[in-house]
Design a protein around this ligand. Sequence first.
Ligand SMILES: [Zn+2]
Length: 314
Amino acid sequence: MVRENTLTKNDLIQPIFVEEETKERSPIGSLPGVFRESESSLASRVKDIQQAGINTIILFGVSHHKDAQGTDSLKMNGLFSRMIQKAKNAAPDIQVIADICLCEYTDHGHCGPLAHDGAPDNDKTLSIIAEQAIIAARSGADILAPSGMMDGMIGALRHSLDTSGYADIPLLSYAVKYASSHYGPFREAAGCSLGHDGNQVTMQSDRKAYQMDPANAREALREAALDLQEGADMLMVKPGLPYLDIIKAVKDEFQMPTFAYHVSGEYAMLKAAAEKGWLDYEATIMEQMMCFKRAGSDGIITYSAMDVAQLLDK
Ligand SMILES: [Zn+2]
């Protein structure tokens, strides 16, 4: 009766990895229970998610057609577009969030084409993701979530969408994305670890040039304010649990829809401890989800979404 917060299935966003040119879905070693879907298993996975009562998914591509610029994601017949179309065809009522970034499609794994200093060329990246956003919208994506942390990213995408007949498509900005050690398993899952092949320049070995320092909190508010000025409709904080103070600060300051990404490393830690019998997975994940709600999250991207949906049914 006096409980202050509630968790419902409406809070859950299920991430899905989709690998091209494979016949069957394959398990991801560092994310027990999570798979790389094949393009043929995607439809049934999306239907299962919808049947479990989850309304929103976010898609990540595992590309076999990478280059220095990520150009495969600019084609209507490339994986990026195909997986959005397939998900929408399988379940037209499910909301599809498209991850707008190039790191899943670049051979070097950075979030944009590299400049001479070995970090992504900010402005070149903006012009490419402006095109990628149109492809996502044409493919049927309901929400676009730019994750590359480039300066001027939201403004560039908003302008591109508004001048191409997609003024109604909302932008969920990864406004506050820390250069975190918790992303390791994701990079294995999405096949976008840094430093693959084909590099002409000496590459920066991390993403610290464009992601945030975990020591900074005020900077998070500045980043979020800039994105809102540029037209962001929703804000994301990533990772989740170590940054609940940031979620709360962003929500309190701006009162905008605020989302959290319970990232791969957080999921992997919990799963590993549970496998050893050191933590009760079900009790712990439900507590963690509630903590996101208490901090002010309007939604949570989590690899545990299906598990949580089933636990909510119990
Ligand atoms: Zn990226």
